[in-house]
Design a protein around this ligand. Structure first.
Ligand code: CS2
Length: 496
């Protein structure tokens, strides 16, 4: 097998694509915070296309690892050992998988171990864009959606701003240095699945800055652009077995291979304060307002993912395509999108929501991608309010049939117990679920679950018809199992 680095990239196996640009001429114009698989399959892939075009050598990516843990350190070491190159394999539903080497990440550094280097990179005039995939939790919001100044990390940063730890600590300190040195600011572009992600990022930066220096906050408010963006590409997790399978296919010994579906979408608000790559040349949609795209994607795709994944995992399934092959789950998803989501959505320009729904059903069913249900169910406490809060609010406030949503909640609560319908145990991954919420979910009194504080973020009241439906379904699931209850849910909704 071929090792991957700058010297072997010219002699790759013939089926592996490399865009053959002069990598040593590429300079980092983008600093990206949190280099997860999604970033490597999405943004870094778009930028890789641009680097092969004339005039884009200034838009390479400097990746920054914000988390300080062993696995991040290993990831950096693995990427550095292969000159930050990696393979990306796209799996179309019925075509041949296509592997390519991506070279757009030209540097990958740790925020905790090389803090000064990261700050210098961010403060350099060469850096004109800072992008983020720091996940919903990285925006450090409280239950009202306000940026928290009182977490130990932020409190430590405010006491010692030259030693930041969080993404916003770095951004604000770098912007201060730029302002003081008379250097134009960079644009901050959020690529996380949040409603109004640009506005959320802007408020986080302004709140952080105002706590340090109100004049700096004013300067940021006036001069820094925070466009919103909608990002989309299904990118499964890569287990060691999957990595071995990918490497066996490509013939390359890649320590960090990544794979994804062939579909990719990126819609960005065209508001940049310090130039931008010609994104549109790589197929990125540049628009005035990303709101409708974002709502449609988060409520339809991400919401459906959750609606599918909890019952499917409880039924003992592991993969999204397996779940889609189960007719009742597929019908649940179709009904959810058709009846619970689209009536309350404003379609993005030129998008037919019915066709969008069909395309999502097809993408989920793609057996060559075969995404993991466990990846989707992870971190529900943070994801469900974002992915489903708007849908819950719309359905409940219109007095529309809510049985599918009550079923989803019953599945989520049952999932938190970590036992599937066959009695197999699994460990729910809920790093952001508060301990008292977990205790309420696990209480022998089912009504207690309705007092979980995170439900208020989803717009769910602990009393009323929805609560009663939840309790009925929850009790029925204990007795009959998830799929038997789903059969009843579908029977009720067919007659609606
Ligand atoms: C998924 C997303 O994490 C999730 O629950 O819904 O990661 C999804 O695969 C991506 O947003 C697709 O663009």
């Amino acid at each position: 097998m071929i090792q991957l680095n700058d010297s072997t990239v010219q002699t790759l196996p013939k089926d592996v694509r490399w865009r053959a640009y002069e990598r040593h001429a590429v300079k980092p114009g983008i600093v990206h915070m949190s280099v997860g698989n999604f970033h490597r399959a999405h943004q870094a892939w778009f930028i890789d296309q641009l680097l092969a075009l004339p005039g884009h050598e200034g838009w390479g990516i400097c990746g920054v690892s914000v988390l300080d843990d062993e696995s991040e350190r290993e990831k950096i070491a693995a990427m550095q050992a292969q000159d930050n190159l990696y393979t990306l394999t796209q799996f179309p539903p019925d075509g041949t998988p296509q592997t390519q080497v991506v070279g757009s990440i030209i540097e990958y550094i740790s925020a905790s171990e090389t803090t000064d280097t990261v700050l210098a990179r961010l403060a350099s005039p060469q850096t004109r864009l800072v992008t983020l995939t720091i996940t919903e939790g990285g925006y450090n919001l409280d239950r009202l959606g306000l940026y928290r100044l009182d977490t130990p990390e932020v409190a430590a940063e405010l006491a010692a701003p030259a030693h930041p730890r969080t993404a916003f600590g770095f951004i604000v300190e770098a912007l201060r240095r730029r302002r003081d040195a008379g250097i134009a600011p960079f644009t901050v572009l959020s690529c996380d699945n949040l409603r109004g992600n640009g506005e959320v990022a802007r408020r986080a930066a302004l709140t952080h800055a105002a706590a340090l220096d109100p004049m700096l906050a004013g300067w940021i408010n006036t001069h820094v652009a925070f466009p919103s963006s909608m990002v989309d590409r299904i990118t499964p997790a890569v287990s060691p077995e999957e990595a071995a399978r990918l490497n066996a296919r490509s013939g390359i010994e890649d320590r960090l291979p990544v794979y994804c579906e062939a579909f990719a979408q990126w819609v960005i608000e065209d508001r940049f304060c310090n130039g931008r790559p010609s994104f549109e040349l790589a197929g990125v949609q540049m628009v005035d307002d990303v709101h409708t795209y974002e709502m449609a994607k988060v409520r339809m795709l991400n919401g459906s993912h959750s609606v599918l994944a909890y019952p499917a995992q409880l039924a003992g399934l592991e993969r999204v395509d397996e779940a889609m092959a189960e007719p009742m789950l597929r019908t649940l998803l179709d009904d959810f999108m058709e009846q619970d989501v689209t009536p309350y959505l404003c379609a993005p320009p030129g998008v037919d929501l019915h066709a969008y729904k069909e395309s999502l059903l097809a993408r989920f069913a793609n057996p060559t991608v075969s995404d993991q249900l466990r990846r989707i169910t992870a971190d529900g406490a943070v994801k469900l309010p974002v992915f489903l809060g708007g849908t819950f609010a719309a359905v409940l406030s219109h007095g529309a049939p809510h049985i599918r949503l009550a079923f989803l909640l019953a599945c989520f609560v049952r999932y938190l117990a970590g036992v599937d319908d066959q009695g197999h145990r699994f460990a729910p991954r809920e790093p952001n679920l508060q301990a008292d919420d977990l205790a309420l979910a696990l209480s022998p009194e089912p009504r207690d679950a309705l007092r979980m504080s995170f439900l208020s973020l989803c717009g769910i009241e602990p009393q009323g018809a929805f609560a009663e439906s939840f309790l009925k379904l929850r009790a029925a699931m204990e007795q009959d199992g998830t799929m038997a209850v789903l059969r009843q849910v579908l029977a009720v909704t067919t007659h609606c």
